[in-house]
Design a protein around this ligand. Structure first.
Ligand SMILES: [Zn+2]
Ligand SMILES: [Zn+2]
Length: 138
């Protein structure tokens, strides 16, 4: 039996599951992903549509298809605004925002796409000091 992976939005209205093996995991730094995520890059896992299934809240999903894009679309929970998995225009893959997963997907990012378009302020995490929570004020 293959591995099952579950995911959900912040408010819990939308839940999904998918079945491994997952295809690949990439960061995308393109300008569209910056806008949609509100941050430096998307962290996307690709899975074939036949191995992806909505469990609850499919009727709570909004979708936006970029008019100039061949594949790009976005999906989000209408209650809490979390980015949710989306079927690419044309239907070849479901793109799953890795942050929406409720567990370890087992695979790790293999590349950063649209690196040339990365935000001018992007700083690689390895260059930043790390805190396990909020830094303690002294
Ligand atoms: Zn939600
Ligand atoms: Zn992108």
């Amino acid at each position: 039996m293959s591995e099952q992976y579950m995911g959900s939005c912040l408010c819990g209205a939308v839940n999904y599951q998918m079945e491994g093996p997952l295809k690949y995991f990439q960061y995308c730094h393109c300008s569209r992903c910056q806008k949609v995520t509100g941050t430096a890059h998307a962290a996307n896992i690709f899975v074939p549509p036949e191995r992806f299934q909505w469990l609850t809240g499919e009727d709570q999903l909004g979708r936006f298809e970029h008019p100039e894009a061949k594949y790009y679309a976005t999906s989000f929970c209408k209650q809490c605004g979390s980015n949710m998995p989306w079927l690419v225009q044309g239907g070849g893959n479901v793109v799953v925002p890795a942050g929406s997963l409720d567990q370890d997907p087992g695979i790790r990012p293999s590349s950063s796409l649209f690196w040339a378009d990365r935000a001018c302020w992007y700083t690689e995490p390895k260059e930043l000091p790390k805190f396990d929570g909020m830094p303690v004020k002294k």
